[in-house]
Write a protein that binds this ligand. Structure first.
Ligand code: GLV
Ligand code: MN
Ligand code: MN
Length: 441
């Protein structure tokens, strides 16, 4: 519009004025949706500001869900969402949702977002990059006065690190078992959800029907080293692994460490050590990308001079194929029974808590890939070894994910780092993907 107006009304004027007009015309043209860009320094400033909440001495954050730091970070996110002109509310599951009306209200909403909770001793990028970039997309739409055809929802999902809790409330729903799980904060999911402004009694109001959204896009750091190693700008995610968690209890007999002969002990920690080795052997005994980890362990009573009587540890298995990791779990359980007999200890496993794997929509992969290339970025189609809110949202509609490089492939660590330019690139891919999707769908 601006270009036409210039051409018709002014272009016959004196040539001294013409170059100014040409510049004006270019500036006006730069406002068209395909040429709008995010404000990279602003996203990176917001990242630094968010990193203050729960900052740990190692340079990362410890902002586990439902902690004081999480509450502070969430309140900062609400401020940014409001500044971006969004209608903000906290749903019954404790997710923060910023909404913006579309030109065609009969269209289903388009969702973008991520999470801002962290693992204990986490970094400043996991979840934060995608959350703040999604807010930036809304801010740019406001500044450029662009109204999408679709209603837009920017969602900051609660407690991603504790098992994609907030996104699961929208997708599969949260059952009693999940609500009773104790999170890293020490609160159960139910207590934590209440503490952040949700209402666990009203979860039915949050669940969305399959087919009720137009789609969901999430930008995230890769958390592995592939993109950096191969010097690729943007990862196009093809699928997100499923995750199985089970608490393993090993009961032995606590006794005097000085007077109990070596052949008369029922040492729970020794049995646990053998179990960890065995679990690793089972996971690596078949070809594929599956991974298995024992990530935490508690020993009782925990003294130099007492043979450990009880151990509880956390077993995690991941793969894109759920049958594969549940099969490995069964195998590990049966190996544990054999080990228990040999070491005179007793193994028991809690029922596995499973986050299902999900594939991204092929059409969304293509859209992300085409958009990234049109912006001049190199791309690679790749799986995600980390879990994401997108895998829960995949139950109710098509999802797409955009990855940017993680330096050194380090994540869930204070040393997690992504370059400011890569963050800006990823946010521009998110913005342009949203615009392209909106124009097309
Ligand atoms: C989530 O970040 C996970 O992969 O554990
Ligand atoms: Mn994450
Ligand atoms: Mn994470």
């Amino acid at each position: 519009m601006g270009v036409h107006w210039c051409a018709m009304k002014r272009c016959g004027m004196k040539s001294a004025f013409f170059s100014f007009l040409a510049l004006f015309c270019v500036a006006a043209a730069a406002q068209t949706p395909s040429t709008v860009r995010v404000n990279g320094p602003r996203i990176n400033d917001h990242l630094s500001a968010l990193s203050k909440f729960g900052a740990n001495p190692q340079g990362g954050v410890s902002r586990v869900a439902y902690s004081e730091a999480d509450l502070q970070g969430r309140s900062y996110a609400v401020t940014l969402l409001k500044e971006a002109g969004l209608e903000v509310h906290v749903d019954a599951a404790g997710n923060i949702i910023g909404s913006r009306a579309g030109k065609e209200p009969r269209l289903k909403p388009l969702l973008i977002g991520s999470h801002i909770d962290s693992v204990p001793m986490g970094g400043n990028y996991d979840g934060d990059v995608g959350s703040l970039s999604a807010i930036e997309v809304a801010q740019v739409l406001r500044e450029k006065q662009i109204t999408l055809r679709h209603p837009l929802e920017v969602i900051i999902f609660q407690n991603e690190e504790g098992g994609t809790i907030g996104s699961q409330a929208l997708g599969e729903g949260l059952d009693e078992k999940r609500l009773n799980l104790v999170s890293q904060s020490g609160k159960t999911i139910r207590e934590g959800t209440r503490a952040i402004g949700g209402n666990p009694e009203q979860l039915a109001s949050v669940k969305r029907q399959p087919g009720s959204i137009a789609g969901y896009f999430e930008l995230h750091i890769e958390q592995g080293g592939t993109l950096e190693r191969e010097k690729v700008d943007i990862g196009v995610v093809e699928g997100i692994v499923g995750i199985l968690h089970s608490d393993v209890t090993i009961e032995g007999f606590a006794n005097h460490a000085g007077t109990t002969p070596m052949d008369q002990r029922r040492d729970a920690l020794l049995s646990a050590a053998r179990f960890i080795e065995k679990a690793n052997q089972v996971v690596t005994s078949v070809p594929g990308r599956q991974v298995g980890t024992v990530g935490w362990i508690k020993v009782e009573p925990g003294a130099y001079n007492v043979i450990p009587g009880k151990v509880v540890l956390g077993l995690e298995l991941r793969d894109l194929d759920e049958k594969k990791f549940t099969g490995l779990f069964d195998q590990i359980r049966s190996e544990a029974e054999t080990l228990g007999k040999l070491n005179q200890t007793r193994f028991s496993f809690t029922d596995p808590v499973i986050t299902h794997p999900a594939l991204t929509a092929k059409s969304f992969q293509k859209l992300v890939d085409d958009t990234a290339r049109s912006l001049g970025f190199s791309t690679k189609v790749m799986p995600s070894g980390a879990g994401h809110d997108a895998q829960e949202i995949a139950r109710i509609g098509p999802v797409g994910m955009i990855f940017i490089p993680s330096i050194g492939g380090i994540s869930h660590s204070p040393r997690e780092f992504s370059r400011p330019q890569d963050i800006e690139n990823g946010a521009n891919v998110l913005l342009q993907t949203v615009l392209a999707f909106d124009a097309r769908d």
